[in-house]
Structure formats: structure tokens, C-alpha cells
Design a protein around this ligand. Structure first.
Ligand SMILES: [Zn+2]
Length: 267
């Protein structure tokens, strides 16, 4: 069972799979109660579910046993892709990002750059080793395209901090001249995902199941987000692509035309 991959985009498939691990738990009496009463089946408040104090923890535990992997998507703008395929995804390293930052903004007075780096030292430590993933690549193109358009959020924050009233340039846009907008598809072992995030996804699955039984969609589709605090080995990378068009949240969601649709790996 442990080779099953949880893919948030494949809703019909994970709804149908519930019968393989929780059919006896979400028994007919519970189903008919939900179908009859049609409660609002939230994921963060399970009081709609009969016997929820017993059923929810058991469901969460069975979900965790059933799925061995979680599919996540990572938006980035790397200079080359080959390092990902050789070394995997390496967690955020502020020293490296500070070095890139110095390089990109080498024409800006050094004391200004130093000041920004000093300001961000704490955040660098806090986020050390973290890698961010979302459950659906569409959101990296439609809603939060800035990761692929401009790259690292940390670099973006540094560039934004460097812009003072006298900068005369929005430095964030300079990050668009480096690297290739990329979406990476990664199947990470379930043990890489912090348990509270896995439990949250299980609750979202249970909520979606409830909504379909109640025939009462809540219309609040929030996708899972995985923050992984360890390096991801290369064999977890399933594919990558370079979206041609990305909606640009920093320019009123206008379409950004990607000038680089191939890289050193696929080009
Ligand atoms: Zn490529």
C-alpha cells in the first residue's frame, strides 16, 4: 500500500479510494445521517460528523497508512535545472541566497545591501532548510505566479527591502532577468511531510467526502501546502516544465509571457 501517491488534483480518484481504507469506518448509518441532514462539512470543524471524536483520529491514521507519498509542486526560477536532478532540492540556505543577492545587486551601494542582509539574518535562520510545495500546479500559474516569475520569496523580500524611496527602480523586477521559470513536480515520501500537515490533508479529504455525501459543496477549495524541512533527493523529482504564460500577481494578474521555455535539462 505504501507506494500510493496522494495527488490533490485527482479528486475523483482519492474520493473513490476512501472505500479501500475507511469503508467500515464511514459506515452506512453515518452516510445516511449526513445524506439526510446535509450538514456543512467543514475541514477545520468536524462536528458535522457523527461520532467525530472517534472517527476522525481513526480516519487520519488510516489515511496516513494508505498513502506513502504526497505529490507537491514547487515554483522556482533557477539558473540551471541540472543541479536539481543531480543533488535534489536543497532546503533554503540564506548564505547562498545572500550571495546571489549581492551578485544581482552589485551596482547598488554596498552599505545598503549589507543593511538589508543584516535585517534578514533572523528570517534566514528561521526558514533555514525549508522548501515550500503546493498540492496543485495550477495555483503556481494562476494565483501565485511570482515564484516562477521571480523565484525565491526570500530573494524577493530582500529585493523589496532594498527599494527605498530613492531607489528609482523596483528591484524585484530585476529578478526576472535571471533563471528559467520552472514548475517542479515532486513525489515526496510521506515521512518528509510534517504530521500536522498530513493530518490537515486527511481532514480536507474527509470534508470533501462529507460534502459529496451531503450534496452540499462549500465552494471553498483551499489546496494543501507542504512545508518540508529537509532536502529532497533527486529520485523524488518526477518532472518539470516551464509554463509559457503565467498570471503575474505583482502586475495586477496580467499575463506574463515566459521568455525561456526550455532549460539546460530539457532544452
Ligand atoms: Zn526544462
Amino acid at each position: 500500500m505504501k507506494n500510493k501517491v496522494f495527488d490533490w488534483r485527482a479528486r475523483q480518484s482519492w474520493l473513490a479510494s476512501i472505500q479501500h481504507y475507511a469503508d467500515d469506518l464511514l459506515r452506512p448509518s453515518i452516510q445516511s445521517w449526513i445524506a439526510h441532514n446535509r450538514p456543512k462539512c467543514w475541514s477545520d470543524d468536524m462536528s458535522w460528523l457523527p461520532d467525530s471524536e472517534d472517527v476522525v483520529p481513526e480516519f487520519v491514521s488510516r489515511f496516513a497508512t494508505y498513502y506513502g507519498y504526497f505529490k507537491g509542486f514547487h515554483g522556482c526560477r533557477p539558473l540551471t535545472l541540472s543541479s536539481y536532478y543531480e543533488q535534489g532540492l536543497v532546503g533554503q540556505d540564506s548564505a547562498e541566497l545572500f550571495a546571489t543577492f549581492r551578485e544581482i545587486f552589485s551596482d547598488v551601494p554596498r552599505d545598503k545591501v549589507d543593511r538589508v542582509i543584516e535585517e534578514f539574518a533572523d528570517r534566514g535562520l528561521r526558514e533555514r532548510g525549508a522548501i515550500w510545495f503546493v498540492g496543485d500546479d495550477a495555483s503556481l500559474i494562476e494565483d501565485c505566479g511570482h515564484y516562477a516569475i521571480q523565484g525565491s520569496e526570500f530573494l524577493m523580500a530582500l529585493a523589496a527591502a532594498l527599494c527605498g524611496p530613492d531607489a528609482g527602480e523596483d528591484y524585484r523586477f530585476r529578478l526576472r532577468q535571471h533563471g528559467v521559470p520552472t514548475i517542479l513536480e515532486v513525489d515526496m515520501p510521506a515521512s518528509f511531510v510534517p504530521p500536522e500537515q498530513r493530518n490537515e490533508v486527511a481532514a480536507m479529504v474527509l470534508s470533501a467526502w462529507g460534502q459529496s455525501v451531503a450534496r452540499r459543496p462549500l465552494g471553498l477549495e483551499v489546496e494543501p501546502c507542504y512545508v518540508v524541512r529537509r532536502d529532497i533527493p533527486p529520485d523524488c523529482i518526477k518532472s518539470h516544465y516551464h509554463p509559457q504564460r503565467i498570471r503575474d500577481p505583482h502586475q495586477g494578474f496580467r499575463t506574463y509571457q515566459n521568455p525561456a521555455v526550455t532549460c539546460d535539462v530539457c532544452g
